[in-house]
Design a protein around this ligand. Structure first.
Ligand SMILES: *Cc1c(COP(=O)(O)O)cnc(C)c1O
Length: 222
């Protein structure tokens, strides 16, 4: 079995330099994170608020923490002072809360809007029309302390890689349309977070700028 460092190096050397790699460390101990940290990796992703808070307190300050899971509005305040990017904003209410809590900490908090692209019913996220409706409002004025930097999506859990590819392709098309229509003079709208251990190669081919990899780096989660 390869070590965490070997896994990281293998993935990094196989992806373009303009694609960011979020090492998804959820359910893995601090020692595993430090193994990746000690070979220079700084971008880590967590999906539970309490776990993220504990890790942030005990690990080095120059780690860039990404929150990739479903975030409840009542927990925004716990991470807003330090989080680098919130990947899965799935309601206007959550965006409003991030802005409100960000303002209290004098921060502008980078966020991505989660789009529902999979066929499963359970996944969170906006559909295309809901996004157009939201972005037709002046969200920069309404929510000045939450900065929308792009979109995030998760493909269906299926072995049909053609379907996965089409879902990523649809998300990229939506990203381009929204950028053109609502963010034409706003270079910060530039991130497309898609791709996990099982599908990141396809996601990159379809235009991902940020992949979120857990098990291919750290092994399976218990
Ligand atoms: C757990 C998780 C990942 C990483 O999944 P792997 O298949 O282990 O790479 C990526 N994105 C989200 C939103 C996750 O919850």
């Amino acid at each position: 079995m390869l070590s965490i460092q070997e896994n990281l190096q293998r993935i990094k050397s196989s992806i373009p330099s303009n694609v960011g790699l979020v090492a998804v460390s959820k359910f893995h101990p601090n020692e595993a994170i430090m193994e990746a940290y000690s070979c220079g990796h700084r971008m880590f992703g967590e999906s539970r608020v309490q776990e993220l808070q504990q890790k942030q307190l005990s690990l080095p300050n120059d780690i860039e923490w990404h929150f990739i899971g479903h975030l409840q509005t009542n927990k925004v305040k716990n991470i807003v002072s330090f989080v680098s990017l919130i990947h899965a904003v799935d309601s206007e209410k959550l965006l409003a809360e991030i802005s409100k809590e960000g303002a209290k900490k004098s921060r502008i908090v980078p966020c991505l809007l989660q789009v529902h692209i999979a066929q499963e019913e359970v996944k969170f996220g906006f559909d295309a029309d809901e996004l157009r409706t939201l972005l037709s409002k002046n969200i920069n004025r309404l929510y000045p302390n939450a900065q929308v930097c792009g979109l995030m999506g998760m493909a269906s859990l299926t072995s049909n890689m053609e379907q996965v590819r089409l879902e990523f392709r649809g998300l990229k098309q939506l990203f381009d349309e929204l950028k053109r229509t609502y963010f034409s003079n706003q270079p910060q709208f530039c991130q497309l977070s898609m791709g996990m251990s099982g599908d990141y190669t396809i996601a990159i081919e379809e235009g991902s700028t940020l992949i979120r990899i857990g098990s291919s780096i750290f092994g399976s989660r218990s």
